[in-house]
Design a protein around this ligand. Sequence first.
Ligand SMILES: CC(=O)N[C@H]1[C@@H](OP(=O)(O)OP(=O)(O)OC[C@H]2O[C@@H](n3ccc(=O)[nH]c3=O)[C@H](O)[C@@H]2O)O[C@H](CO)[C@@H](O)[C@@H]1O
Ligand SMILES: C=C(OP(=O)(O)O)C(=O)O
Length: 422
Amino acid sequence: MEKFVIRGGRELHGKVRVSGSKNASLPILFSSILSGSLKLSNVPDLRDVSTACKLLEIMGFNVVRNSDTVEVEFTGRINPEAPYELVKTMRASILCLGPLLSKFGRASVSLPGGCAIGLRPVDLHLKGLSKMGADLRISHGYVVGEVRGRLKGVDVTLDFPTVGGTENILMAAVLAKGKTVIRNAAKEPEIVDLARALKKGGARIEGEGTDVIEVEGVDEIGPIEYRVMPDRIEAGTFLSAVASAGGEVEIEEFPTFALESVVEKFVESGLSIEEISEGRVLVKKRDRLKGTDIVTQPYPGFPTDMQAQFMAAMCIADGVSVIKETIFENRFMHALELQRMGADLKIEGNTVVVKGVDKLIGAKVTATDLRASASLVIAGLGAENTTEVYRIYHLDRGYEKLERKLNSLGAEIERVPSELKY
Ligand SMILES: CC(=O)N[C@H]1[C@@H](OP(=O)(O)OP(=O)(O)OC[C@H]2O[C@@H](n3ccc(=O)[nH]c3=O)[C@H](O)[C@@H]2O)O[C@H](CO)[C@@H](O)[C@@H]1O
Ligand SMILES: C=C(OP(=O)(O)O)C(=O)O
């Protein structure tokens, strides 16, 4: 186990580059089940990506990673099983279900179960795939599915625009017989990225990025070669870092097209964000920020994956910020840890009222999930004295070299063995 030791109070200056998107890489890696051949570049070096690669290998794919490129080739022998041991470490593993059923007509995928941010059921994935003709049952904690013949195109209206559910049904639909219409589909940029990758293999998809996606099933998906979009949440995390620590940072590979709501809120709070050229922004904190309210929403609303980092920055803004979380029922674990650093927070159901304080003071804090970890790092950057963040393995699931990138901007973050055993 490792922890971060952060010596706070150092402004950030310089240039940093955003890595490829975790949440786009994972479904696209699983789309190799449909195509049998995938060459994906700009893939971030993360624990979740390693887990996805391991899963593909277990299922019968050769996976070769070379710097930021991952090449996946089918060996010709499928083992359509995603074991609990891997699925429990990465919920996105459920995204192999749709492709396996569509391509191979059978699958046995462990149910992901709940996690620190909420229950996160997969009922809408299963409902959609069942409607397409998959015979699904739960057995010993696994979703076991079979398809007689081929999945069929259907009209599905999602009860909620679930990101993973949309991706699973979309991937199943590309090889189904006939036309699938997904209504109330999620509109997240990562879904657009997945659809673009699938189209490289010959998939016929229209409407990605809107709430109605139409897919005309084809007989075969050919080899896919694709470059993953930049990670909008990592980019937003750098905005939060400057908002907390101060300074002036140029961010490269900044996906402006996917971050409007986040940029808008930071600008409202007083952070200066200037687009210097396409994909490059200059972020400056000139003064103390002012308290700003957010409500998390499906895209294009403010992303839940940025809520914790935004909260950390608002802890030292002037005035009050009201932060409402509407996507996950338990995504305020970081608030309790921020309180340990002197933040003035009142948690009421799905809302946190943040009263800005003059400064946060370093403390020992524990990360409970991926974005909570990032928020504690951000708080530590702007805090006085030393902050120690435990359980940073959560962070390694979704951020590529975060401490190295921040240190290159002048932060002082050390990764050391943790004396606490969990
Ligand atoms: C790998 C990946 O891309 N993860 C992202 C994805 O997660 P994920 O795809 O799991 O998130 P969803 O959009 O599916 O979940 C949103 C809400 O819908 C509920 N729900 C979802 C599916 C279902 O079958 N039934 C159901 O009730 C969930 O419990 C949650 O409350 O989108 C989330 C919301 O933007 C992000 O926080 C995650 O970072
Ligand atoms: C919640 C997240 O990811 P996952 O869906 O993989 O748990 C996240 O990226 O913030």
